[in-house]
Write a protein that binds this ligand. Structure first.
Ligand code: ADP
Ligand code: ZN
Length: 609
């Protein structure tokens, strides 16, 4: 492919510094890039925010020809291409949002060799028209982003991805690089098989996201708790709040807005235009909150999402890790906060139990959910639990999660567990925990009278424990597998085989003491971005830089972070460059951006504003 009359290409290190403005590669980035530039295939597994994009963007610039990037989300292609264009890179996209004229123009440019990176949606890829185009251009590599979409075990299966299996036969000599943040072993194997990448070298980086603080709380009044968390730690930050139902996303968005926090809903029931509008505003405005179902987020590249909150338990460990991974892609401190309850476990277990999926699939989903419940209930370091699920078993306690920051107390719940389990048994193993708790507490409800439950031996047996703590006991009995949710879909619970020794008093049950029962320790203020600028002058400079960035972004109709990201601005505050040379040394200031924006930002940082 490299004929002698073609211009000499830059080295990866030069591209990194001159174009992207970064000093050094992160972790295995350099190895991956060398491997692909040499013409080899690669499967790259890196957490969200790990820096996957450079792994194909730099080879694209260091090899002759056009790189074809298959990416599942048309909605975001424009931003990806805008970001590259800002760096002075020749990038374009072809998808259904382009007029036929514009699409033809892009095709012509590609044929003339005037495009280094061409983004395309998978459904477009397999069309005759696109394949014919590919035959007429010189291709440097294929990058397959969000590669887990090819797998049914992944959580975003996209059948069109299967068509990519023609690549190795049709373009035998073009290197392929597939990238994903999803890493569990069955999915990984499935990706490699479906994309014919079984012989490709697999690069896996550590899955840790050290800048994310994990916190999982277990109790009700979740909206109010969300609001105080936001006001305390994120008074003007952008973030995502995940909810289970569409109605709840709207409800929470409205409530946050009413309480002074601009928020918008996002779910599959909204029209395409509304979704696009809300997503655009999230990307372009600062400090906007999106309340969303899982429909939101794949491919969201906004680097300064400062928090991801969950008001419900997601359905698997992967989903939790991917969703929380959308926080803090810029490497600055970010929060992953979850509030969940007994009812989450009952409803999500119930949904799984009553689904029509084949048994094998159900078992896999069950395992993934159990892993997440285990994380929620652990008394150990959250990060250790997460990382060991992804195969990293040697992590130390992190010091940056709630259980590390405020160690959890436990209590001997053997006796309470026996009472709870026998109450389930005596009431016929078909009622939900709420009713069984009322029986235990000796309440006088219609349901109790109708079923004659005031006659049972367990009636009033649990008056010594308050209702919230009973909920905590039932939640943990479910989490530990002593209780299971039935398949009827009404949330009834029954005893499992494992509960026998507990019932007979042969097994000691330790439970975590939920925070509501502990004296509430004043929440440690977790590391917060704002604290970088304790100095008032620094704060003002930071605000001025942000305003300039916003104005420049508005002029060009691009998201602010496409101009410079938060990390770059914060380095400007820290180092206060006084010349263009000093400005060039800031992370994220490459040649093109220095040229275009250097002076304007220098005006602020050299103190002569
Ligand atoms: P991913 O696709 O893996 O989620 P990205 O490719 O979007 O992550 O990278 C996350 C952030 O890290 C981006 O803002 C990117 O510019 C930045 N980044 C990537 N590699 C480096 C590096 N070597 N030095 C500094 N910043 C980097
Ligand atoms: Zn920890």
């Amino acid at each position: 492919m490299s004929s002698t009359d073609e211009p000499a290409l830059k080295t990866p290190q030069q591209v990194l510094k001159d174009i992207f403005g970064y000093d050094s590669f992160r972790g295995v980035q350099a190895d991956i890039i060398d491997h692909v530039i040499a013409g080899n295939d690669a499967l790259v597994l890196m957490p969200t925010g790990g820096g996957k994009s450079l792994c194909y963007q730099i080879p694209a610039l260091c090899r002759h020809g056009t790189a074809i990037v298959v990416s599942p989300l048309i909605a975001l292609m424009k931003d990806q291409v805008d970001a590259l264009t800002q760096l002075g890179i020749k990038a374009a996209y072809i998808n259904s949002t382009l007029s036929p004229d514009l699409a033809r123009e892009v095709e012509m440019r590609a044929i003339e060799g005037d495009i280094d990176l061409l983004y395309v949606a998978p459904e477009r890829f397999a069309t005759d028209r696109f394949l014919n185009l590919l035959d007429r251009i010189s291709i440097s590599l294929f990058a397959i982003d969000e590669a887990h979409c090819v797998s049914q075990w992944g959580h975003d299966f996209r059948p069109e991805y299967r068509k990519l299996d023609i690549l190795p036969t049709r373009f035998a000599h073009v290197p392929r690089i597939a990238l994903t943040a999803t890493a569990d072993a069955p999915t990984r194997k499935d990706i490699a098989e479906n994309l014919h990448l079984s012989d490709a070298r697999c690069f896996m980086t550590g899955f840790d996201r050290p800048n994310i603080t994990y916190r999982i709380e277990t109790k009700g009044n979740s909206k109010q708790r969300l609001l105080s968390f936001l006001n305390r730690e994120h008074p003007d930050d952008a973030g995502i709040v995940y909810c289970l139902s569409r109605r709840k996303t709207e409800d929470v968005a409205q409530w946050l807005s009413d309480n002074g926090r601009p928020a918008l809903p996002y779910h599959a029931g909204l029209s395409q235009e509304t979704r696009q509008l809300h997503q655009d505003r999230f990307l372009r405005e600062e400090g906007l909150i999106i309340c969303a179902t899982v429909a939101f987020g794949m491919g969201i590249d906004k680097p300064n999402v400062r928090f991801v909150a969950h008001l419900n338990l997601p359905k698997s460990m992967e989903a939790y890790y991917q969703e929380t991974g959308r926080a803090g892609r810029d490497g600055l401190p970010a929060n992953a906060w979850m509030n969940y309850d007994l009812s989450d476990i009952v409803s999500i277990r119930g949904m799984l139990a009553s689904s029509d999926a084949p048994d094998a699939q159900k078992r896999i989903e069950q395992r993934k959910l159990d892993a997440l419940i285990g994380l929620a209930e652990t008394t150990k370091c959250r990060r250790q639990v997460i990382l060991s699920y992804f195969g990293e078993t040697d992590a130390k306690p992190c010091g940056n999660c709630d259980t590390c920051l405020e160690p959890v107390d436990t209590w001997d719940a053997t006796d309470a567990s026996r009472k709870a389990l026998s109450a389930v048994y005596r009431t016929g193993q078909r009622f939900g925990p709420a009713h069984v708790i009322e029986v235990l507490m000796g309440r006088n409800t219609e349901k109790i009278r109708q079923n004659g439950h005031e006659q049972t031996s367990v009636y009033g047996l649990g008056k010594d424990i308050a209702q919230p703590q009973w909920r905590s006991v039932f939640r943990q009995l479910l989490a530990m597998g002593y209780l299971q949710v039935d398949e009827e879909g009404h949330g009834g619970v029954y005893l499992t085989e494992e509960s026998r020794p507990v019932l007979r008093g042969e097994k000691v049950v330790e439970m975590r003491l939920d925070a509501s029962e502990r004296k509430r320790a004043t929440t440690q203020r977790l590391r917060d971005f704002d604290t970088f600028f304790e100095d008032e002058d620094d704060r003002q400079m930071w605000e001025a830089l942000r305003k300039l960035r916003r104005d420049l972004a508005q002029e060009q109709n691009v998201p602010p972070y496409v101009i410079f990201n938060d990390r770059t601005l914060s380095e400007m505050v820290k180092f206060k460059p006084r010349s263009l040379n000093e400005m060039a040394a800031i992370n994220g200031v490459g040649a093109k951006k220095l040229d275009q924006y250097g002076l304007a930002f220098l005006d602020i940082t050299d103190g002569r504003m």
